[in-house]
Design a protein around this ligand. Structure first.
Ligand code: FAD
Ligand code: DHB
Length: 400
């Protein structure tokens, strides 16, 4: 099938590749600021809205969603959390965010819901958002008029832009618009994965539980007062089909084991998936008129709940920079974009690495390594300073 009329105008100010959290929030913020933009998303709407991913929003992300008019349902349905629990060696310790951070807290509100809210707004009164529109390439990064090449409805199209923002995730194509050798990627791959499940059972704890165990890490999270989200550390290459529901619950039970009478409630498992763990940062996040945001520029292992929040932070910094350009003609914000974001990105990279390596058991882990982990966890339990450092990073350092 071929379309006769192009699905979008032939040019825009900001072309956004990818309709995940970074692209959708950026489009929303630009639209509110009166800046012309368009979003091209490779997948269909249902796929994007149902892709099960992150669940924790920092204060800064919530503030950005509120200021973009996308937080009405979040404010109604989001669960505000004032702390997390750490478990190790059959002991438990609660980290209280507000008292350790000067009042900061986090929200449990799934990425699927953030995306649904932003898509609904965008389609109702936003800039063009085109699904089923895979971008094959971005050309002219070093010119004043970069061009996005995309397919839609069986035909090839182009979108000429003043700037192109790659919000197209880790496997995106925008990064490839930058000439070889201009970008540098720093990377670490972890020797384990996460096995995530959704279960129709009320969460067994009011707050998230991060558990160190000699059998491997486990995390108890939630999607609502009736739906639990749980994760198990598993070897890379694990096939969810090899894990019966009973085996999953038994393993979770063993890993959350703690002195006292706490029990893990079981229920029907409705979804299973395995995700690899890596850290990656590409520098700089801008080259010429092409900018990278969110997972297109950086990946964190999920243990610190930072991926979605970093993506939102990039969108906020970038929207401010485009607003400054539109208002004053100054490119100072755009010129500083990469350095501004990378400071926060590297802090989150360190924190995510710290949480991951403190709580997981590596395949070649020695008894010495485990004693070091316990010492670190004991220190967090004993010292308000150590606990505050964790709380400040978890609840989110300020954007910008
Ligand atoms: P994405 O959400 O990846 O969005 C990129 C979008 O670009 C996608 O919609 C994609 O379809 C589109 N796209 C890609 N290529 C093209 C193209 N060529 N043309 C057009 N569109 C394109 N973080 C946590 O904090 N906790 C978690 O538990 C957690 N779990 C995760 C599980 C998985 C499987 C993954 C992949 C990530 C997880 N993350 C988690 C990380 C978090 O979800 C991401 O950091 C977040 O989605 C980043 O948003 P983004 O918009 O930058 O990228
Ligand atoms: C969730 C995911 C995380 O990576 C995390 O650290 C906390 C919660 C979640 O999916 O709910």
């Amino acid at each position: 099938m071929t379309t006769t009329a192009p699905p979008l105008p032939a040019r825009t100010t900001v072309g956004i590749v990818g309709g995940g959290p970074a692209g959708l929030l950026l489009a929303r913020l630009l639209h509110r600021a009166g800046i012309d933009c368009a979003v091209l998303e490779a997948r269909d709407r249902a796929y994007v809205e149902q892709r099960q991913r992150a669940g924790i929003l920092e204060q800064g992300t919530v503030d950005a969603l509120r200021s973009s008019g996308a937080a009405e349902r979040l404010d109604r349905e989001g669960l505000v959390h004032d702390g997390i629990e750490l478990r190790w060696d059959r002991r438990a310790h609660r980290i209280d965010f507000p008292s350790l951070t000067g009042g900061r807290r986090v929200w449990v509100y799934a990425q699927t819901e953030v995306v649904k809210d932003l898509v609904a707004l965008q389609l109702r009164d936003g800039a063009p958002l085109l699904f089923d529109a895979p971008v094959s390439a971005v050309s002219g990064a070093g010119t004043d008029r970069p061009v996005v090449h995309y397919a839609h409805g069986g035909a090839e199209h182009t979108l000429a832009c003043d700037y192109v923002v790659g919000c197209d995730g880790y496997h995106g194509v925008t990064r490839k618009a930058v000439p070889e050798g201009e970008l540098r990627t720093f990377e670490r791959v972890y020797p384990y994965s996460w096995f995530g499940i959704l279960a129709d059972v009320p969460p067994s704890s009011d707050e998230l539980v991060y558990a160190h165990s000699p059998r491997g890490f486990a995390l108890l999270s939630m999607r609502s007062p009736r739906v639990s989200r749980l994760y198990l550390q598993v070897p890379g290459g694990t096939d969810p089909a090899d894990w019966s529901d009973e085996r999953i619950w038994d393993e979770l039970d063993a890993r959350f084991a703690v002195d006292g009478d706490w029990r893990l409630a079981r229920g029907p498992i409705t979804q299973k998936s395995v995700l690899p763990m890596r850290s990656s940062v590409t520098e700089p996040m801008r080259w010429g008129r092409v900018l990278l945001a969110g997972d297109a520029a950086h990946i964190v292992p999920p243990t610190g709940a930072k991926g979605l929040n970093l993506a939102a932070g990039d969108a906020v910094v970038l929207a401010r920079a485009f607003e400054e350009l539109a208002r004053t003609g100054s490119t100072a914000g755009l010129d500083a974009y990469s350095d501004t974001c990378l400071r926060r990105v590297w802090r989150a990279e360190h924190f995510s690495w710290f949480m991951t390596t403190t709580l997981h058991t590596a395949p070649d882990q020695s008894a010495f390594d485990t004693r070091l982990q316990f010492s670190q966890l004991d220190r967090i339990a004993a010292s308000p300073h150590a606990a505050a450092e964790l709380a400040l990073n978890y609840a989110g350092l300020p954007v910008g």
